[in-house]
Each structure stands twice: as C-alpha cells, then as structure tokens.
Design a protein around this ligand. Structure first.
Ligand code: GLY
Length: 379
C-alpha cells in the first residue's frame, strides 16, 4: 500500500467495517479481502465499461492470493438497477454455487454497488459483499453506509435494504479513467460534506478543488485527502443514525431539489445526479436565506466555487429549455422525505451548518424556483 493510504472504520458493532482508501488499492484487493473470506472463492460483479478498465487487475490481485474468481459483467446504466436484472443476477450467483458464508464483490459505480448490495442482502437471506467503488460519486457516497436498492416504475431506489458491506476498497487512481463530467458530478458530493457540516473543509476545497480535479501526482494526494475526509464525515453520520431516523437525512442536502431536477429532465444526459445536487445545494442555501436562516453570501460563495470548477450552479445552466416550477414542485412532493404531505428539506444556517427544516411552505419553494429561472406554468 502507498504512503498516502487511509483506513477508516465505520463503527457499527457487529456490522462494522473498514474503508481502505489509497491510490493503487485495487492491486491489494486480494490481500485486503482475505480476512472477510470464509473460503478462497468469490464472484466479482461489474459492468461492461468498468470491466474494460479494471476487471483484469481485480482478478489478478485475487488469483495472486489463490482465490478462485468468477465474474459477472452486466450492461452499464441505470436500467441495470431493475427487478429483471436482480432476478437474473441472483440466479447466476446461485448457479455459480454461492453459499451463505460467501462474499461477492461489487466492482463499479453506484448502479453496480446498489444492485450487487441488494442481491447480497436477499441471497440466501443475506450474504456478505465488498464494495470497490470506481466513480468519485460512489467513492464518497454510495459505497459507504449500506443503502442498497433497485428502481421500479413508481420511482428510483424504492425497493431496497440497509445492508452494510464487509469492506470497502477505494482506489483513487481509478478516477483517472472517469470521464471529466462524471468526475465533476462526484465532486459535487464532496462539496456537500463541506456545506453540510464542515466550513473549514469547504475552505480547503475552495483552495484545492481545482488541483484535485486536475489530477496528476499532486491531484492524487489531494483526491485521497478529499475522499477520506468525505468518507469520514459520512461514516460519522452513519454511525450516529444507520437507518436514517434523524441525522442521516442531512446527507440529502441539495438532493430533494436535485432529484426533482433529474426527474424533470428525464434522468437523461441533460443533467447528471451530482449536477442536480450542485444546483440543488445552491437552491437550498437561497431558500435558507429567504426563510431567514442564513445570509445571502453563503449561496453566492457556494455558487462561485461550483462555477469555478465547471459545475452547473443554477437552474439556468441546464440546457434544453426552462423547467416548470409546478412540475418541479410536484416531483419534490413525491420525495421520500415528504411526511404527512409536508415538505421537509435540508437547509443551512450557513456553510457548514445544515439542518432539517420541517414543513417548508411549498409556495416559498415555488417562488424560489421561478426567481431562479423556472417557468410559472406548463412544462
Ligand atoms: N446517499 C445518502 C445516504 O447514504 O444516506
């Protein structure tokens, strides 16, 4: 392992696990896996895009430790998070002889992690799994905390389980093969940790975000530091509130707006998840100011940073025409955080001080969306 490796423990008692973060960590996958295996056998689940770049290296690291490796390579994309794909996957795993004590590996981004994790949660009433997240978004968010899910016609992530991984192996060198837009979208989730609970980290990102995104040898250590800082922040929240009864909801900063924007743009290339979160965080800080929780300078500071690294920071940055405020509000009212018809949103008292605001007036949200460029009616 390189000198800049970090190991972070998610302390959840019997469900606790390590997250190993390092440039080149994939090369040590076999060694790292040894303590979580009951026999030298495992199935690696990946997608076609990731497999092309990283599957051989994963296999080599595992076979070097005399682990027999089977692989399942799925089509890339959100469609793979479906009942049909789950049914096929669990059938393949059973056909490969996966037993109750076995562990499977999710080598991929959020889609593969969510699907393989959910398959692990139900296969033989629950087997272990290891996350090897290959996107920045998965490295700082979805690989940590045990949320697994598939999508159904009624909405995204509505069928799933909390099922913690046995280990997370995060190789920041994998980010070198990510398309720039994906890297930036993942960066928005890093910014989120600063905005939600760590103003000093936000300041660090203002100073180092561009270098981190640029990569190279300096970027490699900045990436390790930022991923580790983000993961530590998420781990602390998950330890305090594993099943989202309270504090974990803070991780949804920018997400209720962001999900509505993703839905209104058809979950298409018009807007990636992280881009929706970036715009959503700006809207959340605007609303915080309008409701008297924060001053307007915080939203401006956030937008200045997002724009400086090339992330969309406003509704007006979404190409393809203005979105309807009513349609966006309707999507927001479908959010999992709506309870008894009340809109609950993560707002902030300033950068680094997020809180859950209950029963936010829908009219205020609608006005804000219009001020930010959404249309009054129609779509
Ligand atoms: N992605 C939000 C959470 O894990 O709770």
């Amino acid at each position: 392992m390189t000198a800049i490796a970090e190991t972070i423990r998610v302390d959840l008692g019997a469900r606790g696990y390590d997250i190993v973060i390092a440039p080149g960590a994939l090369r040590d996958l076999g060694k790292l896996m040894a303590p979580v295996l009951s026999r030298p056998f495992m199935v690696v689940i990946s997608d076609e895009n990731v497999a092309q770049h990283h599957l051989k290296a994963a296999q080599a690291s595992l076979t070097q430790e005399d682990i027999t490796v089977e692989t399942i390579v799925l089509p890339p994309g959100e469609e793979t998070k479906s009942f049909a794909a789950l049914e096929k996957l669990v059938g393949q795993l059973l056909d490969l002889g996966v037993e109750r004590q076995d562990v499977i590996v999710a080598l991929g981004g959020g889609v593969i992690g969510d699907l393989a994790g959910f398959a692990a949660s139900v296969l033989r009433r629950g087997i272990g799994y290891v996350q090897v997240p290959t996107t920045l978004l998965a490295q700082v968010d979805s690989s940590v905390g045990g949320k697994t899910a598939i999508n159904v016609a009624q909405g995204k992530n509505l069928i799933g389980a909390f099922h913690q991984p046995a280990l997370v192996v995060t190789d920041v060198d994998m980010l070198d093969t990510l398309p720039e837009r994906q890297l930036l979208a993942g960066y928005a989730e890093i910014v989120k940790y600063g905005v939600l609970g760590d103003a000093a980290f936000f300041g660090w990102l203002e100073a180092n975000g561009a270098g981190l995104l640029a990569g190279g040898s300096n970027g490699q250590s900045l990436r390790t530091e930022a991923v580790a800082k983000s993961v530590r922040a998420k781990a602390a929240i998950v330890e305090a509130d594993e099943r989202e009864a309270g504090k974990r909801a803070l991780l949804n900063l920018g997400h209720t707006f962001g999900h509505a924007l993703e839905a209104a743009t058809g979950y298409s290339d018009r807007l990636l998840h992280g881009e929706g979160v970036a715009i959503g965080m700006g809207l959340a800080l605007d609303l915080s100011a309008q409701l008297g929780h924060a001053g307007p300078a915080d939203a401006e500071r956030l937008r200045a940073h997002l724009s400086s690294v090339g992330l969309p920071a406003s509704l007006r940055n979404i190409e393809g025409g203005a979105l309807s405020a009513d349609a966006l509000l309707a999507h927001m009212m479908q959010d999992k955080k709506v309870t008894r018809g009340e809109l609950n949103l993560v707002l902030a008292r300033g950068i680094g001080e997020a809180f859950v605001a209950k029963n936010v007036p829908a009219e205020k949200v609608r006005d804000l969306l219009v001020q930010n460029g959404a249309t009054q009616s129609g779509s």
